[in-house]
Design a protein around this ligand. Structure first.
Ligand code: NDP
Length: 236
């Protein structure tokens, strides 16, 4: 269903975020993306911001508000991995992943919620990971940052649910992006053996779920965790 609501996607210059932004553009939304480098896809407004920097994010939101209007839908997608086994994990490996994936979500959603409260309408969509609930060896930092998004969305649902705002989590499995391209062939084949669908997903298969969550069809869904993982995390 076409809509001209204003969307902001963090990390919209590549990967899953870029596919999400493209899909929103195709459905008629007014779309802004944050990027540290590069540009968002055609038809989007690119604003510069690092999600670990609250002041830069505030300025980016102000630019979007001036050019497109208040942000009605926010997709907290920007994220990083710093995988290594616990005993080798440094304070910086841990802190940087938490500061980007969890702290970044906090900063972005807090800033977006101001306009949503005023409008008494909003959609908050957090990009987590199957690893958040399923776990992953060498991913204590990443998994902790992603499972925390579930508590985040559910608390937000309790706090803002009465003001027309929904908050949901999308938990992708293995998706074909730069993040998974760095995995050795043998590792990729091993992972595929455990995925009932037998393959990684395309970014568009995640994007379609995100735009659906933003649509009127998903108006009564809040605090949900929607897996897009080909069955990998079933039961978690
Ligand atoms: P990519 O590595 O392809 O892209 C990551 C995006 O996040 C980039 O746009 C990057 O910007 C941005 N980003 C990273 N750190 C920051 C920061 N501090 N401030 C602003 N932007 C930042 O990753 P994916 O597209 O694969 O992943 C997107 C999301 O999906 C992440 O949250 C990831 O954890 C999650 N995910 C991915 C899966 C996969 O299989 N690919 C599976 C499950 C979840 P820049 O280009 O400037 O670095």
């Amino acid at each position: 269903m076409p809509s001209d609501r204003v969307v902001l996607v963090t990390g919209g210059n590549r990967g899953i975020g870029r596919a999400i932004a493209e899909r929103f553009v195709a459905e008629g939304y007014r779309v802004a993306v944050t990027a540290r480098s590069g540009e968002g896809p055609e038809g989007t407004l690119t604003v510069r911001a690092d999600v670990t920097d609250a002041a830069a994010l505030d300025a980016a939101f102000t630019e979007v508000e001036q050019q497109l209007g208040p942000v009605e839908i926010v997709v907290a997608n920007a994220g990083i991995t710093r995988d290594t086994l616990l005993l080798r994990m440094t304070e910086d490996d841990f802190d940087s992943v938490i500061a980007t994936n969890l702290g970044g979500t906090f900063r972005v959603v807090k800033r977006a919620s101001k306009g949503m409260l005023r409008a008494r309408w909003g959609r908050v969509i957090l990009i987590s990971s199957v690893v958040g609930l399923y776990g992953g060896a060498g991913q204590v930092n990443y998994s902790a940052s992603k499972s925390a998004l579930v508590g985040f969305a559910r608390s937000l649902t309790r706090e803002l649910g009465g003001r027309g705002i929904t908050a949901n989590v999308v938990a992708p499995g293995f998706i074909e992006t730069d993040l998974t391209a760095v995995l050795p062939e043998a590792t990729q084949a091993e992972y595929k053996k455990n995925i009932p669908a037998g393959r990684f997903a395309t970014t568009d298969e995640v994007a379609g779920v995100v735009t659906w969550l933003a649509s009127d069809d998903a108006s009564y869904i809040s605090g949900a965790v929607i897996p897009v993982d080909g069955g990998l995390g079933m039961g978690h």
